[in-house]
Ligand binder design. Sequence first.
Ligand code: CUA
Length: 338
Amino acid sequence: MIHFVIVAFLVAVSTYGLYTFVLTNEILLPFQASEQAVFIDGLFSVHWFFIAFFYSLIVVFVLYSVVVFRRRPGDESDGEHFEGNTKLEIVWTVIPLIIVMGLSFAGAQTLADVERRDPQAIEVNVVASQWNWRFEYPDYGIITNELVLPKDQQILLHMRSEDVIHSFWVPEFRVKQDVLPGDEDFTRDLRVTPNEYGEYRLRCAELCGQLHYNMLADVRVVSVSEFAGWAEIAAADCEADDVTCGEKWATQFGCVACHSQDGTVIVGPTWSGLADSTVTLADGSTVLADADYLVNSILEPNAQVHEGFSEGIMPPNFAESLTTEQIDQLVAFIQSLK
Ligand code: CUA
């Protein structure tokens, strides 16, 4: 009887310790910043309770037996043998069965809560590519690389990739979704209702190549009026001079993720000192990096590959996503870095 009391006590202490350690630790579990996070954390804490309990049950039993019932010096007797215990077998079959059925029900309920639709949801198209996030707000005419969201408003994210599989993940929102390449059928939707002001970080959560670790985007949750103000400014066409506009497009379309402006080599050739220099191509020939060369390199990146870089790294679809004016402004920006 005393063994039973001690084991029960140790299991209770261990379960409580593990349970609260994880659920109250800001590093292991960031704070909640969306309505969906409340449902997900509710389900997580139920699962985590059972994990902590069964882990404690097994580890305490084993360690207690190893220490308390160890073989004493001089004791050569065998332990007591017994076979079969119908009552015990029924107990350890029925209890897990009930738990698993309960968790399935809770899981289905949580999924329904997380995917609940709000017909007023703001639609945002999320386009992932190596190694950049682009956000398009079709109702506002905005294309940006910073995700700005109004608080307490459901956001419907339509997500697709231009190359490999990426994954949309803002830890504080809890929801996460793989972003797939392919046609419309592969577009994935995700709903999130941010309910805490603040600045967050979107991280790609799928290993997607060399700069996967750096595939980040800023996420800002702001008031409805701040959002309206931001949308008005962000929607405006670029009215500034060509170089300033070019810099804006270089950031928005993710060029700067691969092309540095300070001479370092990230993935593609640096833009520092590129314009009007003599470039050696992969086939050994040389070419002057004039405006025509720069335009062609954006439109047909594989036609003249810079020495030291491989073919096929740069997305070949900028002819579709950029206007002629935007390309000219990009070139003006690159030329300003010579
Ligand atoms: Cu995109 Cu990892």
